[in-house]
Write a protein that binds this ligand. Structure first.
Ligand SMILES: [Zn+2]
Ligand SMILES: [Zn+2]
Length: 154
């Protein structure tokens, strides 16, 4: 029985990469561009927080809903682990995107391997454009294979 909970958690976290990709492409670069825009123009913004951080609160809502429904409704306990999966993905997103890529905290700077370099390049390509329309690489962990080329350069 525990195995199914683990599978639900991992499956949800994996699915979140796709949901986050779609949200980034169609929502953040769509009708909520006004919240995401400052993340693409980092030098104009003062202080630690960005408007873009509001998306952490937005993604906390479905997660909290699954926690509440899963623990309060008889027979829906497996949904609790959908909430856990969303939280785990959120934590991974924060650690990779905000800490490792954007260095909001000076942790894991020494991390350097083929995959981590590909993540940096792919997200760097996303930030290469400051506009709403012309960006690429909306995902975070699933990286196009073109970013794995040129092993030698960083
Ligand atoms: Zn973006
Ligand atoms: Zn970014």
């Amino acid at each position: 029985m525990y195995l199914i909970y683990i599978l639900i958690t991992i499956g949800t976290a994996a699915l979140m990469e796709f949901i986050a990709w779609a949200a980034h492409k169609y929502v953040m670069h769509g009708f909520l561009w006004s919240w995401h825009e400052d993340h693409h123009k980092p030098h104009t913004v003062e202080g630690f927080f960005q408007k873009n951080d509001l998306f952490f609160l937005v993604f906390a809502i479905p997660s909290a809903t699954f926690y509440i429904v899963g623990s309060a409704v008889e027979g829906l306990f497996p949904l609790f682990f959908v909430g856990v999966g969303i939280s785990i993905y959120g934590l991974i997103y924060f650690l990779i995107h905000d800490v490792y890529i954007h260095q909001r905290f000076k942790w894991f700077k020494q991390l350097d391997n083929r995959y981590s370099r590909a993540i940096l390049k792919a997200h760097g390509a996303h930030h290469a454009k400051q506009g709403k329309e012309e960006c690429e690489s909306f995902g975070l962990l699933v990286v196009d294979k073109k970013f794995f080329k040129h092993k030698a350069d960083k």
